[in-house]
Design a binder for this molecule. Structure first.
Ligand code: ATP
Ligand code: MG
Length: 413
């Protein structure tokens, strides 16, 4: 294997400068190094810095064991069942994750109760080269060495960054069986970075897409929310549909043109700085399906709509173990859109207009009306009505003190 001989890019051959690295992360790197350990910035942060992007978080790799890390940092604690990681706590609830280099275990080393696919989280320490090789894509396997500010490339990630190309480490046919979530991550990173996907990845997705149903739902749920947070839910879900992944990823989600167009509007909303809530994302995913199964008309009443909304939302929330609060909100947003689409007058919907979730339902409805122009006048009317109703319901001003009339106070005797 190539793990022992990385290509080394000295400081003057790459663009990463220390002042782009979070100061607390630098402190941790330096402290590890001062105590004789290897201390690397790893994973997504190196990739993003080399691309001139702001990393979401800074992770650290080291050859110190978790216990050695814990002893070195008073503000640290160990987490993780199978693989122990050190979390170092800083002001403002900031956590910096330090992981000991690890390798992919051989089949014989796996305990019996291991998840069917998720092999790569085993607690087997390894060399930096082995640690790079267990990662998913070449561009995610680059290291920044604090000892001499060089970048270490064991697997050709630098060239792939230059070529804007996504390459799986090793054979995608094998790596996707090990962990099917990597198929979704491939489509996700290509969209995030605007990279092309290597042909062998497409072949492996075509071969193994069904395995997505065997991935741990919690991990699929997390990656799906990442799509929304990174404002790429529209293009990624579209690509997943073209690749035949959708039914194995989100069983009930139809992924029609209109629904994908709505996801794009949701991405624009997030790009404008409005944080995405999971309930909003779920309601958006299933809005069209819900409206088709329960056409908003004067004949349909709310209890029928509730039944339909439950039928659509509950299987999704059960599969992904989504908390009842989020499920409830998602359902309320669908019902809200139903009421808005039904378009009964202000008087009939008076109580609905005062509901705290109504403005959010209107937001979703307004986004939907952008892909369904026939709904635009309705969305505009409601928007005015809701603004009016919230103005009317503003908390009453405290009563002004009445001025005393000019009756002289009786003198107490
Ligand atoms: P970002 O945090 O910006 O979304 P990232 O690359 O840091 O991107 P994470 O999900 O935080 O992605 O994972 C951190 C690193 O762990 C990745 O860069 C990759 O090296 C490795 N990794 C994550 N998921 C997998 C996986 N399913 N298989 C192999 N390696 C993985
Ligand atoms: Mg990360």
């Amino acid at each position: 294997m190539s793990e022992n001989k990385p290509t080394i890019l000295p400081r003057d051959q790459h663009c990463i400068s220390r002042n782009q690295i979070d100061p607390d992360t630098l402190k941790v790197l330096y402290r590890l190094q001062r105590h004789g350990y290897k201390a690397y910035l790893v994973g997504g942060s190196v990739r993003d810095l080399l691309l001139g992007r702001q990393p979401k978080d800074f992770d650290i790799g080291t050859d110190a064991t978790p216990n050695q890390v814990r002893k070195l940092f008073r503000n640290s604690f160990l987490v993780g069942r199978r693989f122990r990681l050190a979390h170092i706590r800083f002001a403002g609830n900031k956590i910096i994750e330090v992981a000991t280099f690890r390798r992919q275990p051989e089949m014989g080393e796996l305990p019996d109760d291991v998840d069917e696919h998720f092999h790569f989280v085993q607690n087997v320490f390894g060399t930096p080269g082995e640690d790079a090789a267990r990662r998913d894509f070449t561009i995610n396997a680059l290291f920044y060495n604090i000892a001499d500010f060089s970048v270490l490339d064991y697997l050709g990630g630098i060239q792939d960054l230059k070529d804007k190309r996504l390459n799986v480490i090793g054979d995608p046919l094998i790596r996707f069986v090990e962990d099917p979530v990597r198929m979704l991550r491939a489509v996700e990173f290509a969209a995030r970075l605007d990279f092309t996907i290597e042909e062998n990845i497409y072949t492996a997705i075509a071969e193994h897409k069904e395995l997505l149903t065997t991935a741990a739902p919690a991990r699929v749920r997390e990656e799906i929310m990442e799509l929304f947070r990174h404002k790429i839910s529209g293009p990624v879900l579209k690509h997943c549909r073209e690749l035949g992944m959708l039914p194995h990823l989100l069983a009930g989600y139809p992924g029609t043109e209109e629904s994908i167009a709505l996801m794009q509007k949701i991405d624009h909303r997030t790009a404008a700085g409005i944080p995405i809530e999971e309930s909003f994302a779920i309601a958006a995913l299933y809005l069209r399906l819900f409206m088709d199964s329960c056409p908003p008309s004067a004949k349909t009443n709310i209890s029928q709509a509730l039944l339909q909304a439950n039928e659509i939302i509950i299987p999704h929330c059960r599969y992904f173990s989504i908390a009842s609060g989020i499920r409830h909100q998602a359902r309320e947003l669908l019902i809200g859109c139903f009421r808005l689409a039904r378009g009964r007058g202000l008087r009939a919907e008076k109580r609905f207009l005062q509901h705290p979730l109504t403005p959010k339902a209107l937001e979703l409805f307004a986004l939907w009306s952008q892909v369904r122009p026939d709904l635009t006048p309705l969305a505009e009317n409601w928007s005015k009505a809701i603004q009016g109703s919230t103005a009317k319901n503003k908390p009453a001003q405290p009563p002004r003190k009445r001025r005393r009339k000019n009756h002289p106070r009786k003198k107490s005797v």
